[in-house]
Ligand binder design. Structure first.
Ligand code: HEM
Length: 541
C-alpha cells in the first residue's frame, strides 16, 4: 500500500512526472536507435552480398528503387527495358526494407522454382496481406505443413474429378451467353469482358468447390461482392507502404471494409463446410471411403473430397483448415482464369484470321450433334484453340510474377549467389517477353506452340509457375478455358470494342497488372451473333 502511495505521489508531482517521461522517452529513443542501426547493417550486408548482380540506377543508397515498380502499363514497359538491358537478372531494393533479385531468364528461373519445397519460403512482401483471408493455406504455408496439405488436396484435382466439372463449365458459360444475347438484342454490343467473365468463373467455382448455385450472374450475391471487394482491397494495401503494418491498416477505412467483407466470406464457407460434413456422414453409412473419393460417375465438390482426405496417419484436415483451402481455391481460381479467358478473347478479336480458324475447329467438332456441349473428350480435339490459349498465357500471363525466399544460399549459373533471406522475384512476364528466349516476344503468334515444347527451354513458358509450388489448379483452368473459348466462338464473333463512357477517344488498351493482369477501364469487345450453317443450328426449346 505504501509502495503504491509512493508511486502515486511521484507521478502526481511535476518533478516525478518529468523523471518518468524522461526515462520512457530515453528508452523509446534507444529502441528506435537500435532498430535503425540493425536495419542499416542488414541493408549494408544485403547490398554487399547482392553486388554480384547488376543494379539498375538509383538516386539514393537508402531509398533505392522505392516507388519505381509500378502496377501500370508503364510498369510493364519498364520490365521490358530491364529484360533488354540485363537479359537474366538484376538486383533491386525498396528502401532499406526489402532486397530483391529480379529474375527473367529460364536458366536462372529453373534452379529457383525447382528447388525443394523444404528450402522454399513464401515471402512477406506479396503473401502476408493474404494471410487474414487465406490463413495457413496451401498457397502461403511452407515446409512440412505445406507438403501435408498438398498431399491431401491433390486428389481433388484428379482427372476423374475434373471430368465431372465440364458440364458445369458449359452451364455457367451458357448463362453468360444468354445474358450477352439479351444485351446485344437491346443494342449493347460493346461489353467489358472482365465484368461478365469474373462473375461466370465465380459461378463455376462456387458450383465446383461447394456444389452451391449462387445465381450470381443474374442477381447480386453478397458473397461474390465480398470476394471482389477483398481482392480489390489487397491490391490497394500492397500499393500503400504505410498499410503494410497491421497496427495502422486495421484502423483505416480500408482495413475496416476488409474485416467486414472477410466476415461475409468466412461465414459463408463455414456454413457450407458444416452442411457438407453433415451430408457426407449420412452418405458414409452406404459407401466406402475410396468409392466416395474416386467414384467418377457422381459429381463431387472439391470440399467433399477434401473433407474425406486422410494422410498416412489417418488424419484429415480440420474444419478451419478446410475453410482456408476452400477460400484459397476461390481466391486463386476465379480471377486468374477470368483474366486468361478475357485476354484470349481479346487476342482473337485482334486477329480475325486466327479467330476464324478456331471457330472452324469448333464448328467441325460440333458436326452431327444435337446439343452444343463441349465434352471432356473434346478438349484434346481443339488443338488450334489450345495453341491460341497458350500463346495468350505467354503474351498476357494472368500472374505477372511469383516471389520466394530460401532458407539457404542459392547458386545460380555463372556462380552468382542469392543469399539466404533475399527475396527472389521470378518474373513470369519478363521471362515470357525476353527477346533472348522468344523471337518477336510482343507479337501474338499461336504457331509457337505448334510443336510441343520442341527446342524450347522447359522454363521459357511458366504461366502456372513450376516445380513443387506450381499451380495445383492448372488442369482445371485449362479445361474451363477451352470450354468457354470454344462455346463463345461458336456463338459470337468478336471485334475490338469501345468503352461507351470514353467513346473512340479511349485509345489503345492499357494493361493493368494487379493481382492478375487486367485492362485499365475494362477490356471492351464488340459482340455479334454468329449465323451457323443450318445443319448446325441447335433445336430450340
Ligand atoms: C489461368 C488460370 C491460373 C493461373 C494463370 C494460375 C497461376 C498460378 C501460379 C503462377 C501459381 C504459383 C503462385 C506462387 O508461387 O505464389 C499458382 C498457385 C496456385 N494456384 Fe493457380 N492459377 C490459375 C488457376 C487456378 C485455379 C483454377 C485454382 C483452383 C481451383 C488455382 C489454385 C492454386 C493454388 C491452391 C496454388 C498454390 C499451390 C501451392 O503452393 O502448392 N489456380 N497458380
Amino acid at each position: 500500500m505504501s509502495l503504491l502511495q509512493g508511486f502515486l505521489s511521484l507521478v502526481l508531482s511535476w518533478d516525478g512526472l518529468c523523471q518518468i517521461l524522461y526515462v520512457v522517452g530515453t528508452g523509446l529513443l534507444a529502441v528506435a536507435a537500435i532498430w535503425t542501426v540493425k536495419l542499416l547493417m542488414r541493408h549494408a550486408w544485403y547490398m554487399q552480398r547482392l553486388s554480384c548482380f547488376s543494379k539498375p540506377h538509383t538516386n539514393s543508397w537508402l531509398i533505392g528503387h522505392m516507388g519505381k515498380m509500378q502496377s501500370t502499363e508503364e510498369g510493364l514497359q519498364q520490365v521490358d527495358e530491364l529484360v533488354q538491358t540485363y537479359k537474366h537478372s538484376c538486383s533491386w531494393f525498396i528502401g532499406p526494407f526489402y532486397h530483391l533479385v529480379r529474375v527473367f531468364h529460364p536458366d536462372f528461373v529453373k534452379p529457383l522454382l525447382m528447388a525443394p519445397a523444404s528450402v522454399t519460403v513464401k515471402d512477406e512482401l506479396i503473401y502476408d496481406h493474404l494471410r487474414p483471408w487465406l490463413g495457413q493455406s496451401l498457397l502461403i504455408s511452407n515446409g512440412e505443413e505445406w507438403s501435408r496439405r498438398r498431399r491431401l488436396l491433390t486428389p481433388a484435382f484428379h482427372f476423374d474429378i475434373l471430368k465431372t466439372y465440364v458440364s458445369t463449365f458449359n452451364a455457367s458459360t451458357n448463362i453468360m451467353h444468354d445474358k450477352w444475347r439479351r444485351l446485344v438484342s437491346e443494342g449493347s454490343t460493346d461489353l467489358d469482358m472482365f465484368d461478365h467473365v469474373i462473375l461466370m468463373t465465380l459461378d463455376s467455382l462456387l458450383k465446383c468447390a461447394f456444389s452451391h448455385s449462387s445465381n450470381c450472374q443474374e442477381s447480386n450475391s453478397e458473397y461474390v461482392s465480398a470476394i471482389v471487394e477483398l481482392s480489390d482491397l489487397i491490391i490497394d494495401r500492397r500499393q500503400n507502404v504505410l498499410h503494410h503494418w497491421d497496427w495502422i491498416y486495421w484502423k483505416t477505412q480500408q482495413g475496416k471494409r476488409f474485416k467486414k467483407a472477410l466476415g461475409v466470406v468466412q461465414r459463408f464457407t463455414k456454413e457450407v463446410i458444416q452442411k457438407r460434413r453433415a451430408l457426407i456422414s449420412q452418405q458414409k453409412e452406404t459407401e466406402t471411403q475410396s468409392e466416395l473419393t474416386t467414384k467418377p460417375q457422381r459429381k463431387k465438390a472439391f470440399v467433399d473430397i477434401i473433407l474425406l482426405s486422410k494422410d498416412e496417419n489417418g488424419q484429415g484436415l480440420t474444419d478451419e483448415e478446410i475453410q482456408a483451402e476452400a477460400d484459397t481455391f476461390m481466391f486463386a481460381g476465379h480471377d486468374t482464369t477470368a483474366s486468361a479467358i478475357c485476354w484470349t478473347l481479346y487476342n482473337l478479336a485482334q486477329h480475325p484470321h486466327y479467330q476464324e480458324q478456331c471457330r472452324q475447329e469448333v464448328v467441325d467438332l460440333m458436326q452431327g450433334r444435337d446439343e452444343h456441349q463441349i465434352e471432356w473428350e473434346d478438349l484434346s480435339n481443339l488443338p488450334f484453340t489450345t495453341m491460341c490459349i497458350r500463346e495468350t498465357l505467354r503474351l498476357h500471363c494472368p500472374v505477372q510474377a511469383v516471389t520466394r525466399k530460401y532458407t539457404q544460399d542459392m547458386t545460380l549459373p555463372g556462380g552468382r549467389i542469392v543469399p539466404e533471406g533475399a527475396i527472389c522475384l521470378v518474373s513470369i512476364y519478363g521471362t515470357h517477353h525476353n527477346p533472348a528466349v522468344w523471337t518477336d516476344p510482343h507479337v501474338f503468334n499461336p504457331m509457337r506452340f505448334e510443336t510441343n515444347n520442341e527446342g524450347r527451354d522447359s522454363h521459357a513458358f511458366i504461366p502456372f509457375s513450376s516445380g513443387p509450388r506450381n499451380c495445383i489448379g492448372q488442369k482445371f483452368a485449362l479445361a474451363e478455358l477451352r470450354v468457354v473459348v470454344a462455346l463463345t466462338l461458336l456463338k459470337f464473333r468478336l471485334t475490338p470494342g469501345v468503352n461507351p463512357n470514353l467513346g473512340s477517344s479511349s485509345g489503345g488498351v492499357r494493361r493493368l497488372p494487379q493481382l492478375v493482369l487486367r485492362a485499365e477501364g475494362g477490356l471492351w469487345l464488340r459482340l455479334e451473333l454468329v449465323k451457323l450453317p443450318s445443319n448446325l443450328e441447335e433445336p430450340q426449346g
